[in-house]
Write a protein that binds this ligand. Sequence first.
Ligand SMILES: C[S@@+](CC[C@H](N)C(=O)[O-])C[C@H]1O[C@@H](n2cnc3c(N)ncnc32)[C@H](O)[C@@H]1O
Length: 263
Amino acid sequence: MSNQDVSADNVIATADFHSLFPNTSHSAALVVSSDAIAHFPAIELPMLYAYEQLVLAAIVRTVAPRTVVEFGTGRGSGTFVLAANSPDDASIYTLDLSNDTRGDYTRKILRDNDDVGLAYRPTPEAKKITQLLVPPGKPMHDSLTGLRKKVDFIYVDGDHGYQGVRDDTLAAVELAAPEAILLWHDFYDFPDYIREGHAKRGVFPWLNEFTATSPFGLFHIAGTYFVAGSRAWKEKSPAGTRMRQPGDRPAPFGTRILRQGEA
Ligand SMILES: C[S@@+](CC[C@H](N)C(=O)[O-])C[C@H]1O[C@@H](n2cnc3c(N)ncnc32)[C@H](O)[C@@H]1O
């Protein structure tokens, strides 16, 4: 089965970053985390590969959110990017699993360290960040309930199973301010992933389902595994739209995650 075949039901169009965020400054300094290169060998995919870190930083610079929520802290390098590129008075809330509910996936992300958020904690940006720990299936932490309709930027990168990403997305919709930008990571349509089923690999099928009824227009950002959403983006794309991702070239590279060292 080719990559083309498995993505035939994709209805989320790919757009270049600058067409989605035309007001991005041409002279802004973007701040990213050194965590990936300090801890991951080049051949591995870090939490966010380099271009994705820049895209995340550029979106945050452009949106200039006062309030940010991140689902899925992990090591906290994405949280650092959110804090370092947002206005000085921004508040960043980042959720991860409570200690007793973490499994192998979290341990793998943390490299057998159980210190969620270790990449941002020693930095000055930490003062903008509030860490929230939740059990699976309870993304609306008590600290977030007062933020309904007030959050300017929401980054969904926690549980990538269908139910988990659906729960987080529905919480994100409740939290989103009218002009909010939503961003999801891990929008993979690799055949090996699709074959593992929705329960485990839920981002691609869930977002394709969500976009049909959602008030948010969704676009895959070219060259990344991000999908961005905004109520201001109305355009829908026809079934069969093909994504452009890193590694989107003939097999074997087009059929699995492109590791940093292969880019
Ligand atoms: C890919 S990592 C996050 C990476 C981070 N956003 C970044 O950009 O560096 C995913 C994290 O989500 C957490 N997670 C998994 N299921 C979750 C859930 N139901 N609620 C909150 N966090 C969850 C995992 O423990 C893991 O630390």
